[in-house]
Design a protein around this ligand. Structure first.
Ligand code: SF4
Ligand code: SF4
Length: 367
């Protein structure tokens, strides 16, 4: 089950008009956040977005890969380490088959300096808990100085008073805090070793420093992944967010790996389920597996040690499209391995392990 704070935040409302996901129809507008995001859109970045968008649609029409642009967003992994023990997560299980470690600041700077002219926003998380990397906020500051909109997602256990202040000072634009339960029992049923009160206090610290420093950023989000054990707490998460002063609550639908014969985690409230029951009692994914993928055209993921992989579903970097220790990003993005992966997806998404049960084409954000 994907119940991680490592979610596809790029489909959040601010970007919907660029990503054109179906979610655009359901989004609520946050004016300051949108203005802030649009303020990052230089002519060169806009031109790049136009190139990606036209390449993607031309690809669908020709049914062969065309890519004229560079990614408008990347996810960069600050670390593979995590303090929690969530049972379905490679960081929580300490179960990676790839090398583990912390992103180094000089490698980060080199990558951002190569890409920032076209890049519009940086998703500063993949696996692991970002705040564990001691240089994390310095790196946010660097990305910010290059004019990027920066987003991170945290389990909220490191937002002590000092880190909360430094977060505001770093200029981070969006902070997603995972809160998947409003009581300790529900919360720790998945967030093993997590302490709900620490997370809530961390959120309060950030709100306090935001006010004290008179800052409009970061835009604060409580992300609540809806599963059967916590669905009854949905009204309560809204109440808590309001009480603390959080800007937004995002309810996220959960990906479940074993769904064919039902799964106790699939919510009973249909609106929050990615799966539906057939007449014969089996279950299926609600969305169709279409042989194209906007995410593959406009984004990519870079692991802490420089491996380039297609998207956040490749948690263990099984589809390595290049290594930034050996090549530049542009060489990788326009190289043969990337081309082959794009072609194989167009030929049959159901033939690629990570693409079979992914969220591309379905509603990730229920509200
Ligand atoms: S173990 Fe850490 S990285 Fe994994 S889901 Fe839990 S909080 Fe997220
Ligand atoms: S898993 Fe495949 S279809 Fe899904 S986002 Fe990644 S590349 Fe696209």
């Amino acid at each position: 089950m994907e119940i991680c704070h490592k979610s596809s935040a790029l489909q959040v409302h601010t970007f919907a008009f660029l990503s054109i996901p179906p979610d655009i129809l359901f989004v609520k507008l946050y004016r300051h956040d949108i203005r802030n995001f649009l303020g990052k859109l230089t002519l060169r970045r806009a031109w790049n977005v136009a190139k990606i968008f036209s390449s993607y649609h031309l690809t669908r029409w020709l049914r062969r890969p065309v890519q004229w642009g560079l990614p408008m967003t990347i996810s960069l992994e600050p670390t593979t380490a995590c303090n929690l023990r969530c049972p379905e997560c490679p960081s929580g299980l300490r179960a990676f088959t790839r090398p583990t470690g912390n992103l180094k600041e000089d490698f980060f700077r080199k990558t951002i300096d190569e890409l920032h002219r076209e890049l519009l926003y940086l998703i500063f998380y993949f696996q692991g808990e970002p705040y564990i990397n001691p240089k994390f906020l310095d790196m946010v500051q660097h990305a910010r100085s290059r004019g990027l909109y920066t987003i991170t997602s945290t389990n909220g256990h490191f937002l002590n008073d000092e880190n909360a202040r430094r977060t505001i000072e770093s200029g981070l634009d969006r902070l997603i805090i995972s809160v998947d339960g409003t009581t300790q029992d529900t919360y720790e049923s998945y967030r093993k070793e997590g302490k709900l009160e620490v997370v809530l206090q961390g959120a309060r610290n950030v709100v306090k420093w935001k006010k004290q420093l008179k800052s409009k950023t970061p835009h604060l989000i409580f992300q609540f992944l809806v599963v059967r054990p916590n669905e009854h707490q949905i009204p309560e998460i809204y109440r808590l967010a309001e009480e603390i002063g959080i800007d937004e609550v995002k309810l996220k639908t959960a990906q479940v790996y074993d769904f064919e014969h039902g799964n106790d985690l699939i919510p009973t409230l249909k609106k929050y389920a990615r799966y539906e029951e057939e007449k014969d009692g089996t279950w299926r994914v609600k969305n169709q597996l279409l042989n194209h993928c906007w995410k593959l055209w406009h984004a990519c993921v870079i692991t802490w040690d420089g491996l380039v992989v297609p998207c956040c579903f490749d948690k263990d970097a099984l589809h390595r499209l290049g290594d930034l220790k050996q090549k530049t990003f542009k060489e990788i993005w326009n190289g043969a391995d990337y081309g082959r992966f794009r072609s194989s997806l167009l030929a049959g998404r159901d033939q690629i392990d990570i693409c079979k049960n992914c969220t591309e084409g379905c509603t990730v954000w229920a509200e």
